[in-house]
Design a protein around this ligand. Sequence first.
Ligand SMILES: NC(=O)C1=CN([C@@H]2O[C@H](COP(=O)(O)OP(=O)(O)OC[C@H]3O[C@@H](n4cnc5c(N)ncnc54)[C@H](O)[C@@H]3O)[C@@H](O)[C@H]2O)[C@@H](O)CC1
Ligand SMILES: Nc1ncnc2c1ncn2[C@@H]1O[C@H](COP(=O)(O)OP(=O)(O)O)[C@@H](O)[C@H]1O
Ligand SMILES: [K+]
Length: 526
Amino acid sequence: MRVAHSVAKVREAEEALMARLPEGALMQRAAAGLAAVCARLLRESGRVRGRVVVVLAGSGGNGGDALYAGARLAGRGAEVHAVLTAPKRAHPGGLAALRAAGGRVAELGDVDGAAAAALLGRAELVLDGIVGIGGRGGLRDEVMPLVRVLRGVRRPLVVAVDVPSGVDADTGAVVPETAAAGPDGEPAGLGARAVRADVTVTFGTGKPGLFVDPGAQHAGAVELVDIGLEPWLGAADLLIPQHADVARRLRGIAPRPESDKYRRGVVGIAAGSARYPGAALLSVAGAARGGAGAVRYAGAAAREVVRAHPETLVSDGLPGGAGRVQAWVVGPGLSRDEHAARIVDDVLALEAVLPKLFDADALALVAERGPQVLRGRHPNALLTPHAGEAARLLGEGWSAARVEAERIAAVRELAGRYGVAVLLKGSTTLLAAPGDGPVHVNPTGTGWLATAGSGDVLAGLAGAQLAAGGSALGAGATAAYLHGLAGRRAAFGDGAVGAPITAGDVAAALPEVWRQVVSSGASDGV
Ligand SMILES: NC(=O)C1=CN([C@@H]2O[C@H](COP(=O)(O)OP(=O)(O)OC[C@H]3O[C@@H](n4cnc5c(N)ncnc54)[C@H](O)[C@@H]3O)[C@@H](O)[C@H]2O)[C@@H](O)CC1
Ligand SMILES: Nc1ncnc2c1ncn2[C@@H]1O[C@H](COP(=O)(O)OP(=O)(O)O)[C@@H](O)[C@H]1O
Ligand SMILES: [K+]
């Protein structure tokens, strides 16, 4: 499991630790770890000696880390150039160390566009130490020309110090650039007022913004440097499961000699309608490969379901009359008519502790009825909204755009208000349970999953995980993880280039990624 802590907790822990260490010791630990990662990255394509490293150093501790790391690389023979983005306030110790090690220093005001392009064009590695956890808002105007040049040059390896500058460390938010051209005839800005890194070397613990889009896209691969903060950190705010965590759960629900299909769990699917039979098929496809022993289907697409999935137990009545199940999935393709409302109400009338997953059209009905239909009544329920559905569930003051921009806050608010676990879909899928516990971030997935029906597959898969047992949060997190991997597998195969996929391809890839996770579960990493 990877973890992340809020900036406030990091600051508190840093203070507690710093009070016990000699002045500057913590920064030396950070700089040593940072330099070691940079040296390792440089060695992947040769030696450190003679390589051109450019350090972009701001006014705070982040710039200090970068300058000290630059000094260490210069000490190992690298040709290090620093550009001070706030020269009057550059970290004095870091600056002195870099100069003493033979590094060259320029001030932002002396580096015009051509000089910046020449310097960054020669760089093999760029250290982004403009701002770290002290950054507020998008990068300021004065540093943007340099950031734009960096974006345009033949890619050197960009290593962000602690956090890519301009990314909100707590939320992953970035400030988009305006379309207008910058001063001095700079090209119109594309993207965000933030640095895009290949690698982020973060200190002490992960920062939430490194794992949630758009911050995650800017962070690249995240490497953690231990600076001894752990004993002072307290509970994590974010958990990011890895293969090993998911493998543990999958091993736990693998069939045993004494297993039968009922003991493994039966998942019920109440999805699809005469208008949308496909959603029923896709939910059943996800459920059938999702780890339960059997799938029951109740609804208008019974005939289509049994034709496509002959192993399904089907009926065309209401879920309550379909026979015993360990978890119900209700909503995909149900449509919004009176009959759909009757189906959702029927599920809401089932035994309170029975796990129930509400997706798509069922969420619209839950939003209409209000949180009290779930709160305090269905402790094992799971909601799986995308941003639009989440905004509707949250009501006044929320829009899909706001949910996208404040994903962590939105998922917490939903879980708190409805009193149930919530899986918020999108470019970074997040999960939260009611209370102050950590938010789970799904690290797998790909934009290729943004294809019609892939959410139906996820709903079925998550329902099967609920039927197999464990908490709604654990079941949802496992489903999101496998679904993301299956999407990647289907889109990329063994290669690096993606291609369009269908929701059915995602379901078909599930057994393969399940095997992959369980067999590589001893190691960490996605
Ligand atoms: N204090 C310490 O001993 C340690 C500090 N650490 C480093 O210190 C960092 C935090 O240092 P600070 O608290 O000094 O803060 P930062 O260095 O992150 O940033 C603060 C400075 O950036 C400027 N700034 C803020 N927002 C900006 C924006 N949008 N555009 C341009 N400039 C902006 C501010 O004016 C301020 O001078 C961490 O991220 C980490 O890299 C680590 O070395 C661990 C130990
Ligand atoms: N940009 C994206 N990057 C990664 N995954 C995405 C992206 N957009 C959507 N997804 C994933 O694709 C699935 C789409 O589900 P959903 O929105 O319910 O679509 P549908 O209703 O068509 O099935 C979800 O698992 C979601 O997390
Ligand atoms: K930085």
